[in-house]
Write a protein that binds this ligand. Structure first.
Ligand SMILES: [Zn+2]
Ligand SMILES: [Zn+2]
Length: 195
């Protein structure tokens, strides 16, 4: 199952995301460039256990990335850090190296210059983002990502129970307050209010 053609990925992304858009094209290009830089030829197949991807925004581009990398949230291979940036970090666990790619601010302006004949901004960017060289679309940064064992896919850890709500907690997400083991919600990080 080596890398597919770009058009095959576009079709898969459209299916996964519900529509095709400039963000999808950008996300596909970003993931493919990441694979190229890491020299991973079969990310969704033979190399699937090597790869963890961090995404930094919950928008269109993010949905396209797993289409190429095969990294999914439910496999713990896709990590979301909400920085509001069109950026992703691709980590090769085996080679112990990682590359972070950020969409360049200049890409939109370049799309305008490349395809002034296309009126729709989305179509203009879709066309341009297919053609522009990787270096024009993305800024590349080699980085080190330090992950604790419990962050890796396949981690088998002890499951604990919250002393307050009784709900089970995995992957060391519990906190200890005044000697009590609590889930993050009971410790004050609750994003919902019980009715
Ligand atoms: Zn979209
Ligand atoms: Zn609790």
């Amino acid at each position: 199952m080596p890398l597919k053609t770009f058009d095959e990925y576009v079709a898969l992304a459209e299916q996964a995301h519900g529509h095709i858009c400039a963000g999808q094209i950008l996300g596909l290009r970003m993931a493919l460039y990441g694979m190229k830089l890491l020299d991973l030829r079969d990310p969704a197949g033979a190399d699937r256990k090597r790869l963890v991807t961090f995404v930094e925004i919950d928008r269109c581009a993010t949905d396209a990335i797993p289409v190429v990398t095969g990294c999914r949230l439910g496999k713990r291979a896709l990590k979301f850090r909400d920085f509001g940036k069109v950026a992703a970090t691709f980590c090769d666990l085996q080679a112990d190296r990682a590359v972070r790619l950020v969409a360049r601010e200049s890409a939109k302006q370049q799309a305008r210059e490349l395809h002034p004949e296309i009126a729709s901004r989305n179509s203009q960017q879709m066309a341009a983002y297919r053609e522009m060289p990787d270096e024009a679309l993305f800024e590349t940064q080699w980085v080190r990502v330090r992950l604790a064992p419990e962050e890796f896919p396949g981690y088998k850890g002890e499951r604990v129970v919250c002393a307050q709500c009784g709900e089970g907690i995995n992957f060391k997400r519990e906190v200890t307050i005044d000697g009590r083991t609590l889930c993050k919600a009971c410790a004050g990080e609750r994003y919902y209010e019980p009715l």
